[in-house]
Design a protein around this ligand. Structure first.
Ligand code: SF4
Length: 463
């Protein structure tokens, strides 16, 4: 992509991006950083050093929204001390609240919805030039209507490609889970064309990336165009097959999968494609059919368990992780026990666990029989305790295993150790030389933790 033609000079301006939320948001933040660097901006070490601060927000729960509001409040003093400072709110909150974020003299100059991130250079220039507050919050729409602009991305900041990268394959969601704000914050489902996805991956790999995670709200329903005819589309399994053929790419991951759209072809792709890692993140949300029905999830616990049985019969080594919510409106103690029972039956490698959080505008927020906060909290505590025990036990069972680890860099816990991930997405910290970073290592798991393993280089591997 060519450098954007800007009337105002942004060269040398310092930026800081704060991110909340999921991988889609993390990827959007990387994309915003790439756009800013293309404009000649440089990353600031601290917020107080920045000329542009962007808050990339999440609306899935109330807490991150509260944090954003309090952060915005903190910027009032900073803006008074530095009148040229541009503060932008981006992401799901920006999409949902739009110009309401400017109310009461909030120190916000830019509001950028989820569909307008690619317009960041133009919007910043507009704010700098006009000294007026700018709102870009139109609803995301199909590619055909926006000329594919949302799919065109700045792939990497010069010389700054990491070992692993997110690659969005689709945006938005056509499901309507009754607790979820994503469809209203990110719009209807739209799959990026195969050619865009493949070009981005090849560019990343040429710049040194070795692992891609294909991301989307529901990658299982990917249907990216791959020809001239409107109905000439590739399935997600077909896309994985193409990505698997990219030379020098070592690993492929993907998230998130929806149990109702998990096809036999996708299970086969997981099983057969050598670069696709043996890890599936498959949100269950609840182990109770009535709750699943009221959540609008479109599957039963039996369907979910059948999927996992088919998968594990063919790939016994596959790691399975999930998202689980407790305290959905009307959830009885028995229904909560059904979730615990499913959890004990599946024995997830790890889980993201939450208490139901009513979000404005969602059907679940208006449902009768909201569960008391203290009941939700107690259920969540119990759920986390059960899962933590399962995770540790599963890791202990794998002691002595020699894992293939993609070495990412020095460990945050101990900078004298290296850290990396197994193909099953478990963290391994082990002693080794920095020259191993970016390479695959064979590492024996010698100590199990709830977060993964301490390891040592397997016999025959020298550092
Ligand atoms: S599948 Fe459901 S939970 Fe996931 S993004 Fe779509 S509506 Fe939200």
């Amino acid at each position: 992509m060519e450098r954007p033609h800007l009337l105002m000079s942004t060269a040398g301006l310092a930026y800081k991006i704060l991110t909340w939320g999921c991988q889609m948001n993390e990827d959007d933040s990387i994309q915003m950083a790439n756009l800013l660097e293309q404009m000649g901006c440089v990353e600031a070490a601290e917020e107080c050093d920045a000329d542009i601060i962007l808050l990339n927000t999440c609306s899935v729960r109330e807490k991150p929204e509260q944090k954003v509001r309090s952060k915005i409040g903190e910027f009032r003093a900073l803006k008074e001390a530095k009148p040229g400072l541009i503060v932008g709110v981006c992401g799901c909150m920006a999409q949902r609240e739009g110009k309401a974020l400017l109310k009461h003299g909030a120190p916000v100059d830019l509001v950028i919805g989820t569909a307008c991130i690619h317009e960041l250079p133009k919007l910043i220039e507009g704010a700098l030039k006009s000294k007026r507050r700018v709102v870009a919050d139109r609803m995301p729409e199909a590619w055909e209507n926006n000329g594919g602009a949302e799919s065109a991305r700045v792939v990497c900041k010069t010389g700054k490609v990491g070992i692993k990268a997110f690659v969005p394959v689709m945006y938005g969601c056509n499901n309507h889970c009754t607790y979820c704000v994503v469809p209203s914050a990110r719009g209807p489902e739209r799959s990026r064309p195969v050619s865009d996805v493949m070009a981005e991956i090849k560019q990343l790999v040429a710049a040194g990336c070795r692992q891609v995670t294909l991301v989307g709200q529901n990658v299982n329903s990917y249907a990216g165009s791959c020809g001239k005819a409107a109905d000439d589309t590739a399935t997600f399994a077909e896309l994985l097959t193409m990505v698997n053929d990219v030379k020098s790419l070592l690993r492929i991951r993907f998230t998130t999968s929806h149990p109702k759209d998990m096809s036999e072809n996708l299970i086969r792709a997981l099983e057969e494609l050598p670069k696709v890692c043996e890890h599936l993140h498959l949100p269950i949300q609840s182990g109770d059919d009535e709750i699943l029905d009221r959540m609008g999830r479109g599957y039963t616990a039996a369907h979910y368990l059948d999927l996992l049985e088919r998968l594990r019969t063919r790939m016994p080594e596959v790691a399975v992780t999930t998202d689980i919510m407790v305290g959905f409106p009307g959830e009885t103690h028995e229904q909560f026990l059904n979730t615990l029972e499913l959890m004990n039956e599946v024995k997830y490698d790890a889980a993201f666990m939450f208490a139901f959080n009513p979000r404005p505008g969602t059907p679940a927020a208006k449902m009768d029989c909201q569960v008391e906060q203290k009941v939700k909290t107690l259920r969540l505590i119990e759920l986390i305790a059960v899962q933590n025990e399962i995770t540790l036990q599963k890791n202990k069972e794998e002691l002595g295993t020699v894992f293939e680890v993609l070495v990412e860099g020095p460990s945050e816990k101990d900078p004298d150790m290296l850290t990396g991930y197994t193909r099953t997405n478990k963290t391994v910290n082990f002693p080794g030389k920095r020259s191993m970073i970016g390479k695959l290592a064979q590492v024996t798991a010698v100590k199990a933790h709830p977060w993964g393993f301490t390891g040592e280089l397997a016999e025959g591997m020298s550092d």
